[in-house]
Design a protein around this ligand. Structure first.
Ligand code: NYM
Length: 211
């Protein structure tokens, strides 16, 4: 029987090294014929993604509640495609997802927009089988190349985002010390991923988020 694909998610603050590690993981999984695809959110290629891109690069201003919903809608528009791919045996290596949505929106401290509010529009989306949380101090992240170009890339804000990720940590999360050398991080990532593929977790159906 065909084993379904794995949904492997990388989360973390800006410049925590997620993209580098996604690329390295995808390369490895290709060699082991796991049929991986590299996805990222926001997906800036769609019409909603273009709105998000303009917002992140400060070309447009948007209401905070509205922009949270646009980020969520950008995942919803990919929902069927994600389930189909996972059920057809393709593994998805995803750079950011719903937890980023919550960690960044909650960092804005907006009255009435609590965790429950943030979760609602994401209910029923595919649930990651493994969340690799790339923990790095906001100071180290700020010293990395390209930092500060986009909205949210400010040390004080990133500290709040980091605290929110800590608060959101749940089942299937593995914390990785992302301040280490790239290869060492990759080795830890591979261990967590190998554990996932050899566990019974992928024999059940793809989970549904927040249900
Ligand atoms: N972001 C990302 C959100 O505010 N909400 C979300 O739901 C998601 C997925 O967008 N600063 C923020 C976090 C990042 C930015 O950056 C996307 P990148 O470099 O494309 O991961």
């Amino acid at each position: 029987m065909l084993q379904r694909g794995a949904f492997i998610l990388f989360e973390g603050i800006d410049r925590s090294g997620k993209t580098t590690q996604c690329n390295k993981l995808v390369e490895c999984l290709q060699k082991s014929e796991r049929k991986p695809e590299h996805w990222r959110f926001p997906d800036r290629s769609t019409e909603l993604g273009k709105v998000i891109n303009n917002f992140l690069s400060s070309k447009v201003e948007l209401d905070d509640a509205a922009v949270h919903l646009v980020f969520a809608a950008n995942r919803r528009e990919k929902c069927k495609d994600m389930f189909n791919k996972l059920n057809s045996g393709i593994s998805l290596v995803v750079d950011r997802y719903s937890y980023s949505g919550m960690a960044y929106t909650l960092a804005k401290d907006i009255p009435d927009m609590d965790q429950q509010w943030c979760m609602m529009p994401e209910r029923g989306l595919p649930e990651p089988d493994l969340v690799l949380y790339m923990r790095v101090s906001p100071e180290v992240a700020a010293s990395r190349g390209g930092y500060g170009e986009e909205r949210y890339e400010k040390a004080e804000f990133q500290k709040k985002v980091a605290a929110n990720f800590d608060m959101l940590k749940g089942k299937n999360w593995v914390e990785i010390d992302a301040g280490q050398p790239i290869q060492k991080i990759h080795d830890e990532v591979m261990k967590a991923v190998d554990d996932l593929y050899s566990s019974s977790r992928l024999s059940g159906p793809v989970g549904k988020l927040y249900t």
